[in-house]
Design a protein around this ligand. Structure first.
Ligand code: FAD
Length: 259
């Protein structure tokens, strides 16, 4: 099936923190973009050399990078995406660092939302900067009386951005100045999580190793949790294509363990 490509223009950019840049995209192709897609993801399309794809003809051979829909304003057809600035090795990060008003970006999607089930008794979110946009949407949408935690790993103190959240959800920041070296501090927060009454929704996303460790831990807690979302958003030393291969291998290993 041909990919539905939406060709958009950058109409605003803002530096949220030293490693996070919000890019606001606009275009008539957003006329039928779903209004309930926040926390879901789109695929940003790039030529392998790093230049953005601008039309459907070249989309098939494009390099695809997943990005969370941080906000969508249907009335003005504006889509906010928060890009982690992790260097110029990847086409998406390199594009985002340099992006300015008038630049173009093609996207496909959106995919399904990543929202915690609001019926859980309490909530615990774990994520690094790549998952911060999705966690931010989740926190914004929790009921006002929600209880729980959000543990966030960021590269510097200045990346601890303000988050809109219910008062009963405590945010804890973990600083890891070298995200390209795996630190298990975020995972340890999950291991040592102080449980509240009832069954929680546990939401985990970030580097591949975090996902792998978290899955093992959550397996043993199966009956105690209301629901869970565990996903890897990137992998140290691998492009997103490498991440997909590692994820597929992990699925096979997990299926073999179960058989
Ligand atoms: C569902 C989903 C939603 C996502 N939402 C967001 C989002 O809203 N914002 C966001 O910034 N990212 C998000 N990501 C992660 C993003 O897709 C990856 O970080 C992607 O690899 C970036 O592409 P790239 O072209 O910059 O780097 P790639 O070409 O994929 O990788 C190049 C190099 O950069 C390294 N790298 C990649 N990502 C990071 C990182 N975050 N920190 C440090 N080093 C990194 C790789 O290890 C590799 O060595 C999401 C991923 C998924 C699956």
């Amino acid at each position: 099936m041909p990919i539905r490509v939406r060709s958009l223009e950058v109409i605003d950019t803002s530096i949220l923190s030293p490693h996070l840049k919000r890019i606001t995209l606009h275009g008539k192709d957003l006329a039928d973009f779903p209004t309930d897609a926040e926390s879901g993801y789109v695929k940003a399309l790039f030529h392998p050399q790093g230049l953005p794809v601008v039309d459907a003809d070249t989309a098939k051979s494009a390099v695809k990078r997943s990005y969370t829909v941080r906000a969508f304003r249907a009335e003005t057809r504006e889509l906010d995406i928060d890009f982690v600035l992790h260097g110029d090795l990847g086409p998406a990060s390199a594009w985002a660092r340099a992006a300015c008003v008038g630049d173009v970006l093609a996207i496909a999607g959106p995919g399904p939302t990543k929202l915690a089930d609001a019926d859980a008794d309490w909530f615990a979110f774990f994520g690094d900067l790549s998952a911060l946009p999705a966690i931010a949407v989740n926190l914004q949408r929790l009921p006002e009386d929600a209880l729980g935690y959000a543990f966030l790993e960021v590269p510097s103190k200045d990346d601890c951005v303000d988050l809109e959240k219910p008062p009963g959800v405590r945010v804890e920041w973990i600083i890891n100045a070298q995200p390209d070296i795996y630190s298990d501090e975020l995972f340890q927060c999950l291991e040592k999580l102080q449980w509240l009454d009832g069954a929680p929704y546990i939401w985990v996303a970030g580097e591949f190793e975090l996902m792998r460790s978290a899955r093992k831990t959550l397996k043993s807690l199966k009956s105690a949790v209301h629901g869970k979302y565990v996903s890897s958003y990137w992998k140290i030393g691998a492009t997103q294509e490498g991440l997909q291969k590692a994820k597929a291998l992990e699925e096979v290993k997990s299926a073999l363990r179960m058989s």
